[in-house]
Design a protein around this ligand. Structure first.
Ligand SMILES: *Cc1c(COP(=O)(O)O)cnc(C)c1O
Length: 363
């Protein structure tokens, strides 16, 4: 079986984790600070605040950007549930904008339609599968309608947009270092920002609202990263650029092999974007997705559907009162997308096998 996900670890991770254990400083410690600085630097951001995971990073980033109970926050329904849930954690209301059918990211036109009729506190865009959202269009809307722009970059470590790296293009961002992401600390996350105020507020929200040694200013949480995880992150940071290049190479080989098959739409990457291929996601046309997926699995190729349902159709959201077809393109995408292996541990032989197996599919 060629797995869809394959986290990579080496001797260096084992060595540094052992060293942390021997030091007995296993909760907060020097590696947390080092990791924050290292990952922020890689992403060209001024500040990094390490968190226990990507979801807590999103929650704290929203709070630090001033999202409060009763506020409205626009996001996409075609993402992991944590994106929208973090809005609910704040007591705010997610408003779903449709996606662009080519990039699968939030469609700025659909966002503006909502902004024209409602006062919105924030927009959470998602750089889905490792491809940046249309930040230029979203920044223009931010200027015109005044809202906080938060990047859910949980799948987009080092993704590029017009010469920039995602993470500090909006007001703040959240990354995840979960085991399946492009780099991992087991569980882990980080908030990036260029804003001094958002940085210090984020720090308070992830640490019981603490502002001085024993002064608690806001209602905060314990969302801190451990020294063990951070140590692992430091080692992974050294590899992420190399791994990213390998993902891009693998994706390009897959696209070259698959682009002429008429039932498959390979990923579309517009000029100015560096897609980091957290997932290599194709669109399977003619209602063939589910039979094609079974065929791949029967032939030893791991694959997955991200995501099989729009968020507002999940029982949790239905019970909150969401109903009807809110986002047509997103509802089409959930029926057609399929992610194939693209991780840096794939061999050329694996890639050839994937392409040849797909070419043999009799639809
Ligand atoms: C992984 C992910 C999250 C949540 O990150 P965790 O570390 O699992 O909490 C949020 N949003 C998106 C788009 C993700 O892919």
């Amino acid at each position: 079986m060629i797995p869809l996900v394959h986290p990579i670890f080496g001797k260096e991770e084992k060595k540094i984790i052992n060293e942390v254990i021997d030091s007995r400083v296993v909760a907060s410690g020097k590696y947390v600070e080092q990791f924050e600085q290292q990952f922020a630097k890689l992403s060209n951001a001024k500040f990094g605040v390490a968190c226990s995971n990507g979801t807590t990073a999103l929650h704290a980033a929203l709070l630090a950007c001033g999202v409060k109970a009763g506020d409205k926050v626009i996001t996409t329904p075609f993402t992991f549930i944590a994106t929208a849930n973090s809005i609910l954690f704040c007591g705010a209301k997610p408003i779903f904008a449709d996606i662009d059918p080519e990039t699968y990211n939030i469609c700025p036109k659909s966002v503006e339609k909502i902004l024209k009729t409602q006062k919105v506190k924030a927009v959470v865009c998602v750089h889905l599968y490792g491809l940046a959202s249309d930040m230029g269009a979203l920044l223009k809307l931010k200027k015109k309608y005044k809202f906080a722009l938060i990047e859910d970059a949980c799948q987009a470590h080092l993704a590029g947009y017009n010469g920039k790296i995602v993470g500090a293009i909006g007001d703040a961002s959240a990354f995840s270092f979960y085991a399946t992401k492009n780099m991992t600390t087991g569980e882990g996350g980080i908030i990036l920002t260029n804003d001094k105020n958002i940085n210090s507020l984020s720090r308070q929200y992830i640490n019981h609202g603490r502002s001085g040694h024993s002064t608690h200013t806001v209602l905060g949480y314990n969302y801190r990263l451990t020294n063990i995880s951070a140590a692992m992150g430091i080692v992974q940071c050294k590899q992420i650029q190399k791994w990213t290049k390998q993902r891009i190479k693998n994706a390009s080989k897959l696209s070259n092999g698959l682009k002429n098959l008429d039932f498959i739409q390979v990923p579309i990457v517009q000029k100015g974007y560096t897609h980091v291929f957290h997932q290599y996601t194709v669109r399977i046309k003619n209602g063939l997705r589910d039979s094609f997926m079974k065929y791949l699995q029967d032939n030893g190729i791991g694959c997955g559907v991200y995501y099989p349902e729009v968020i507002y159709k999940q029982p949790l959201y239905k019970n909150l009162g969401y109903k009807g077809i809110l986002c047509q393109e997103a509802e089409q995408a959930v029926k057609e997308v399929l992610s194939l292996p693209v991780h840096p541990a794939l061999s050329d032989k694996d890639i050839k096998f994937i392409i040849n197996t797909i070419k043999d599919f009799k639809s």
